[in-house]
Design a protein around this ligand. Sequence first.
Ligand SMILES: *Cc1c(COP(=O)(O)O)cnc(C)c1O
Length: 495
Amino acid sequence: MNYYSTRDTERKTAKTSAEVIKQGIADDGGLFMPESIPSIDLDYIKGLCDKTYIERAAEVLSLYLTDYTKEELAKAASAAYAEDKFIGGAAPVVALGESVRVLELWHGPTCAFKDMALQIMPRLLSMALDKTGEKRQAVILVATSGDTGKAALEGYCDVERVKICVFYPNDGVSDMQKLQMASQKGDNVYVCAINGNFDDAQTGVKKIFSDKAIADELDAKGYFLSSANSINWGRLAPQIVYYISAYCDLVKSGDIKLGEEIDVAVPTGNFGNIFAAYLAKRMGLPVRKLVCASNKNNILTDFLETGTYDRNREFYTTMSPSMDILISSNLERLLYCVAGAEKTRAYMAALSSDGKYTVEPEVFAEIKKNFTGLYSDEEKTARTIKSIFDKYSYIVDPHTAVGIGAALDAYNNDGVKVVTASTASPYKFPYDVIKSLGEEASDNAFECLDKLSALTSTEIPAPLARLKSAEVRFKETVGKDTAELWAAAERFITK
Ligand SMILES: *Cc1c(COP(=O)(O)O)cnc(C)c1O
């Protein structure tokens, strides 16, 4: 399987999956995509039903990462999704009433769904360095709106031949997320706050990635840059697995019949997780509609309504910070699938110069065939948290609530089950969850953890409970200019 940039109109730059996992973003600024989407049929799905999550992961990944051996993939999956890492299973499905099925993706070490990809990707990268004869060390640069940063730090911590630098917006992440990152252990990690929002952080990191002088300087010192953001194919591929796995679990439990269609609702920011669901559908998983759920930053809802993506709008800070995003980078992959490289290149040029683009009617029609866009503002998100708890004694975080809100809105009583991605443990956002339940919440994050536990009779996940005694290692804040970001990163890399 070869990979090409979404902006490569002549398909000149064929790469292997190991190469694209190593490189992250393409030289032309585009994102890597496989040359074709492998297909699976009902027999294949049936065969996966009796397998463990680890086996399902190795199987599905082998369809895309054809330059890795099955043994290598099995080894990476076994290490990544081991039971002691994902307490209670890697991706269990919980039923809420008739229609909604919650796919819990937050049982990993950082209590958020990004662990699903970031526990396996470092292992794939480390294998990729050997496979490609790479002599240099990798420097992972991450811009995070909260959960990616910690999940990447956990995934890469003390991985040999890799250093990792994480930038997060000072006012765009929860106290708990800050503490999780600032207390990260490991000799190869660095964490830095910036005075700006997530898009500032992401723009800065993207600029560093495309700066030739920086690349040359690093090369001379024996380093190269690589990304762990959801633009990296190594992040996306593992996310396809859990949609297929959830389908298998529903078949296995008799909740659906093999071949029966489901809908999938995904709380969306960068469009990575939902794009993985789209790929699962394109592969042949019986999915009818993909429900793209947004918070108050509903740029994707508007795009799916009008065909115009327009980032010239106000940016809101919400209680679902990992979705506070105005540039959904992975949407580029969908545009490429539907419209091809030439148009994608033009859309992205327009987005960069005017902050907006409009897709042609036939492109829009094709997108609309697969996607529905819905959103929840803050009040609605809070109402969903409370009503789901009142009705089912089931507690969800604000991101998941945005997804469930959309899932319920999309459900039209035709019996098609809506699998909703649950992307974070409620304990990652205890303050907002308690408030949403109509209770008083303390400003102290740890008091919130205890209170949420008492209110809901559920247990605080161990990785969060442990934070109470964690030492803060990283306290630096820099301005949002690219030069300042790079100066901070460089000090760390060369120290
Ligand atoms: C990252 C994240 C999302 C959004 O996922 P995308 O792949 O960026 O769309 C949703 N919820 C949580 C908790 C996240 O961490």
